[in-house]
Unconditional design. Structure first.
Length: 245
């Protein structure tokens, strides 16, 4: 069975909901609270192939060449030492194994930093990545780039709205405590664009009433090209897929 690492797993939503269907999953996060929540959720849902461990990325509790696949989404901007973290991710990844990384894009991050300085603090983001430098650094460290792109325009809009409205957010995760109809609407657009049709039908809680999903399909078709074009202007993140040489 494929062995997968979710590096910086947070509360384990992605590990439990998606990665657990692909193989044997380990999730690590620096936050004891997040790991505790992830364990409870896995137990509640009866997921047996997900294990969660409190650990910093700079010193992972795994053997060399242990994982076939690693996912590290919006984490490297939080760690104390991004270079040590990348070296550790490389160490535990098997040769020819895949690693999927995303970091907040410098265009939207630079603007958000001006809106709210709390966003950049000890328990939040510690750096803004230059994506060209990141790619070059990964190549120098024995990774081969398979794909990269900017993505998440509507997500970036949602985050910007949050800061304009000064909504309070949780440290580390950035999740807002107070819901807002405008931010929630933009967030749902982002969900719609990045979801497949089956997910949209399930979100309607009725798999048989397919016709209810038609308006959502139409919106997805209309909004996806807008998202694609605007990702050149104001993306939320830079996404890169690599293999270990």
């Amino acid at each position: 069975m494929k062995k997968i690492l979710d590096a910086g797993c947070g509360r384990g939503e992605f590990a439990i909901g998606t990665l657990s269907k692909k193989g044997y999953v380990f999730g690590v996060d620096f936050s004891e609270k997040f790991i505790s929540n992830a364990k409870r959720e896995a137990e509640k849902r009866g997921i047996k192939n997900c294990h969660f461990i409190v650990s910093a990325l700079e010193k992972l509790p795994f053997k060399d060449d242990e994982f076939n696949e690693i996912h590290c989404y919006n984490v490297l901007e939080h760690v104390d030492d991004e270079k040590k973290s990348i070296c550790e991710l490389k160490r535990v990844l098997k040769k020819n194994g895949r690693i999927y990384i995303s970091v907040p894009h410098k265009k939207s991050e630079s603007f958000l930093k001006r809106l709210d300085k709390k966003y950049f603090s000890e328990n939040m983001h510690k750096r803004i990545f230059d994506h060209k430098y990141l790619v070059q650094y990964l190549i120098k460290n024995d990774f081969t780039v398979l794909k990269h792109k900017n993505r998440g325009f509507f997500r970036a809009v949602g985050r910007t709205l949050r800061f304009f409205l000064k909504l309070p957010f949780e440290e580390q995760s950035g999740i807002v405590y107070k819901k807002n109809i405008f931010v929630s609407s933009v967030s749902y657009i982002d969900f719609l664009i990045n979801s497949n049709f089956k997910t949209i039908r399930m979100d309607l809680n009725d798999k048989n009433k397919v016709y209810l999903a038609f308006p959502f399909y139409f919106l997805k078709i209309i909004l996806t090209p807008i998202d694609f074009l605007m990702n050149f202007v104001y993306p939320a993140e830079f996404y890169i897929v690599l293999s270990k040489r």
